[in-house]
Every structure is written in C-alpha cells, then in structure tokens.
Design a protein around this ligand. Sequence first.
Ligand code: BGC
Length: 722
Amino acid sequence: MISPIEQRTWLVSESPFNPFKLSHTETIFTVGNGFMGVRGTFEEGYAGDLASTLVHGIFNHAEGDLVPDIVNLPNPLPVHIVVDGEVFHMTAGRVLGYRRTLDLKRAALTREVLWRTTQGVVVKLTFERFASLAAEHLLVQRVRVRALLGSPKVEIRSSIDSAVTNEDVPHLTDIQQRAAEGDLLITARTNQSRYGIAVAAAHSLSTHSAPSTSADQVRYTFDLPQETEVSLTKVSAIYTTRQSKTPDQAAQEAARAALAKGYESLFASHCAAWEQYWHTSDVHIEGDEVAQKAIRFTTYHVLIAAPRHDEHSSIGAKTLSGPGYKGHVFWDTELFMLPMLTLTQPKLARNLLMYRYHNLGGARNKARANGYEGAMFPWESTDTGEETTPQWSHPQPDGTRIRIWTGDTEQHISTDIAYAVLQYWQWTGDDEFFVKHGAEIVLDTAVFWGSRAEYNTEQDRYELKMQIGPDEYHENVDNSAFTNSMVRWHLQQALAVRQWLLAHHAQAAEALLARLGITAERCALWERIAAKMYVPRDPETGVLEQFDGFFNLERLDLTHWQPRVANMDWILGHARAQGVMVIKQADIVMLMALLGEQFGTLEERQANWDFYYPIVDHGSSLSPSTHAWVAARLNLLEDAYKMFIYAANIDLEDLKGNVRDGIHAAASGGVWQALAFGFVGLGLADNGEMQVAPALPPHWQSVTLRVYHRGQLKTIRLTAEG
Ligand code: BGC
C-alpha cells in the first residue's frame, strides 16, 4: 500500500482555478522529455498566457535583436470544445469544480473541470497531456467529454497555432499549413539560422464521427447522450532539420504511427521510461512532506530538460519552460544541474559535457578574439558555441541602457566547466570519455588561464584583473578571490591530468599535448602561476576578501530590508550597488562549497561563513542552495534547512516573483546538490572511495538516495538514529 504522504508528494495541484497566477502555473506545469518543453498553457487559451513550445538547439537571431533566442515553435495544444453551441472557456458559463494536477512520477498533466453552460447543461471535461519520454518527438493529449446533465451536441475543434512569436519577436518564416482527414501539419523555417521545423498532429475520436478538416483545423461533431463519454486523442510530433532532412515527413509519420498505438499504450511506455528515471534519481525523505514534494518537483524539472539523445545541446538557465535568458546556457548547468545527473543519470551528464566539447571551437574563437590562447568558454552559449551574452540591457525606466559585462569578464565559467568534467570523471570512472574528450576541455581551458594570468613584478605574484566573480553586483573587480582560487585549483588539476594521461594513455596523451601546445615550458608556467596566484585575504581572521578593496566598501544592515523580493542592486541602483558591501549570491561561500575542506580549516570556513552570510542578498536563485550546502557542512543546521527550503520552493511558491520567465533550473539542481553534498555529506575520498558524513535536519527521520559510483548503483539510506 502506498501511504497517503507518498501519494501526495508526487502531485503538484492547483484548485481552484486562479487566473491571476496563470503565468506562474504555466511554468511549473511544464511537461517535457529532454527534447521538447511545453508550458502548461490551457488548450482553449487565455488572455495574457504565454504558450511556448521549445525544443533544444533551435535558436535564431532575429534582425534588430541583440542576441539569439531559443525559438518558440507552433503551439500544438489548442483544442476547443463547443457544447450546444457554447465554446468552453473558464470565464464563460460556470465552473463548478476545477483541479489541475502534475503527476511528477508519471510526468503527466491532468485538468478536470465541471462546467455548466449558460443553458444548464453540465459536462465534465478532462484534459490530459504528456511529452513522451519513450518517443521524444511526441506530445500526446487526450480530451474527454462526459455529459452529466443533459444530452448536448458537442463539437471538438483541434488546431496547431502557428501565429507564435517570442514575446513579439518573430522568428519563423515560410510558414505553411496543410490538413487532410484528421491530420494537421505546419512547416516553417527560422528566418536567420534557417532551421526547418515541422509540427504534425494526428487525431482519433473514441466514437464514430468523420472529421471535417479545413486548412487549419480538424473538427468532430457528435451527440453526447447523458452519462456517456467521448474522448479525442491528439498526437503531435515535432521534428526539425537537426533530426531529419525531411522534418515534415518525419513528423507526419511519427504522429500517425503513434496514434495507431493508442493513448494507453503510449502512456504505458512513457511511464515505464519514467520509472527508470525515478529509480535512480528519486530522493526519499521521511519526516518532511514539504521537502519531499519539493525535491521531487525540482528533480522533475531538471530531468525533463536534460537532452537524452543529443550531445549538441545543453540546458538553458530557465530550461525549456519559458523565455527567460532566451534559452541561453550558463555555468548553471555545470555547477548546479550536472552534479545530480553525474551521480544519478551519468549518460545525461555525459551528453551535457559533450555539448561543451563540441563547442570548443567557439571557446577557442573567443580566446583568440580577446588576445588569449586556449579555450575561453562563453558566459552565455547557444547552438553555435559563440559568446551570446547581450552587451546592453533593456532600457531602464529613464531610457538609458546598462552595459552588461558578464560576456567580457565573467570568465570563471571556463573553470566551472573543467570542474564539472573532473567531477564526472571521478564519480563515473569513464576513462573513455575523459581521454577522448574531457581531458581536452580541462587542458585547453588551462591553456587559456596560463595566457590570461598577469604577473605583478613588484609583488612577485600572479593576478587577474577585471573579473566578475559569482557576485555580479560588483563588476570588473581585481583579484576576485573566487576566480583566482579556482584558477589556481584548475592549473593544479591540469598538471595532474597531464601526468595521468602520460602514465596511462601515453600515445593519446602525446598527440593531445602536442596538438594543444602543452610543452614543458607551459607546464612550468602553470606551476609558477599556481604557486604564486594572489588571493586577497585577511591574515588575522583567514577571511578571504572577495576582491581587492571589498573590505572598504560601505556596510549596510540587510536585516532592516525585509520583507523584500526585489534585488538590492535594483533598489539601490546599479552604480551605487557597486560601492556597497551587499553581494548578490554565494561567492566566497560558493568557493567553500566547491573546494570543501581544501578551502581551509574548520575555523577559517566558519569565519568566512560568519562574514559573508549576513551580507548576501540571494538576488540570484543560485544562492540559497549553495548556502544550504555549506551551512550543512558547518553543522549550522537551522540555517542550512532555512536555505534548503527557500531553494526548494523558489518556483513552487514563486518566491522570486519571476517564475513566469521559466524554472530556475540551477536552484532545482542545487536542491539535490545541497541535500547530497550538504546534508548527506556525500563525497569521494582521496583513494576514490565514496563516503558520507551526515548532518541531517533534526526532524528528518530518514533520507534515501541512489547514486552511481564508478558504474555501480549504490543506495544510501540514513536514519535519524544514525
Ligand atoms: C546569476 C548568474 C546566473 C544567471 C543565470 C544571474 O542572475 O547571477 O550566476 O548564471 O543569472 O541563471
């Protein structure tokens, strides 16, 4: 018997209908399968909704726009139901009951509505949908209509909406529409990148009624005697020229073939695939229903966004669930989402790392263009691997635009990617990947840093000027302690990787080192930089100074600025925020998370925490989960839990007020990471053995998770008794 708590924690529900939360619920009710993401927009459409159908890798740079966008594809969802001539809409007639439920276990969205027409007919409408995990080109919908009071004449109209844009920016051209006997097809091209796309839909009705098909619509009309039910199954297939030379044909064939299998059979294979996902990725928490549900929700959102069969795409900061950041890929993927995948779905993690490998070309271009060597990864990346960070913000209230520097100087991303590669390699033991691909990423990014570090002759030390660390409120600073420390670590790792390659794969190593120009002189340089990298620090307390001059900034007591949702840099203004000792997100604390005990002694870590925790704004959703992780390691369980629950509910409760733009994917991945590396204290010993060092919230009775360690699936179960 499944316990009621177990059942409840797999379900995210909305009841009653709340039109004011439309854009929030659209995001959180997104369905997806690693290929597509379809927001929880209603079939009949509402004013102000933001239908969005995104697939990985389809970007387009529209004329006049600053940077490329992930393209919103034609919307396959529309289904309109007409009961005795009245078009169903939740603002018309009378809604007698409403419940919408995302079943996280089965990755399926269901809406049930009891609706009374103005003439008094009552119908129950059930809308179901899922993006098949078993056949990733398919979005499957079923609409059931049951007559409860009265025997109406019902009409169901289905269409694909091609009049879509990315918030008024049009990306599609050559849009063509075709329809025949219950089938619909839309083809189009992106107007700059020239990707071909096709969305096809095939339909079947549970009762006999010949469809009448026009260019843009399939219609069924039938009588519905009281207490009977009729259902329409709509199978849509999406293909692009990234998968097929003839996406139109591929989409039509896929939709028809799937329809022939029937809804139940398609759903069964989808559920079976999800069972496998959850078998390794589910975390079971006893004693905390809120945390249990939240971690299933956040894990679901990372899983639906992770490409399964594509190593040329990665997960954008807002997944495929909304327009935020235009689908661009940041360090969020490597340092927040990847760890969960590396440990629970290593094949998916490998795909994401391969995306970076395939985009080394873009990273090398960026290094060259800036006068450096090696590979310098873009801060924001899309399908080309070139830098796609906008250089200017949207106009501010006073009409001016702010220069965005992250694409120029937030350079730590190259090391973040190397970190993720090494973490994947250490946990999986996937030497094949590492020798062929991973090592090249680690080494060529090290080549970049070797050319980037500046020698200060007066001080006899290496420095990095003009950086942005994780805390983006302070731009173009000198000697970011985070960046400098991570670069030192990176160069040490690169030297060790070189040695390992030479010892174990001599031939491959020679070829790679020669190709990347990693000579004895270069290694000597790396050693010098690592030994003499300057990291600003108060020698008395051991507290790192976030960057040169940080300790002299104006102090502000953040405790008085509550309750607050807006970011401090927005409130203070961009320029003033630079001079104030309030930071956007975990920066030194992020360094503590990544380096663990290598950061310093327990006293030093505690001192750094005490200094930085009170001045952090959590202006970035990346911040709370990192704080939860580090606080747990310091055994500060109250703070750790507070931060954990904050991170876990960011999207469920719209704590940042911007879930409309999409899921905060780094926070989602960060929740798993805070639990695994923070509370459970999961880690690898020097000899590669897996170890745990639990520091659980006191009210948790137990926590169980599974992780792969060197190809073996291990179950870790911790109980309060220890
Ligand atoms: C954060 C970055 C993050 C980006 C995308 C910014 O607000 O400061 O760290 O990479 O959002 O999520």
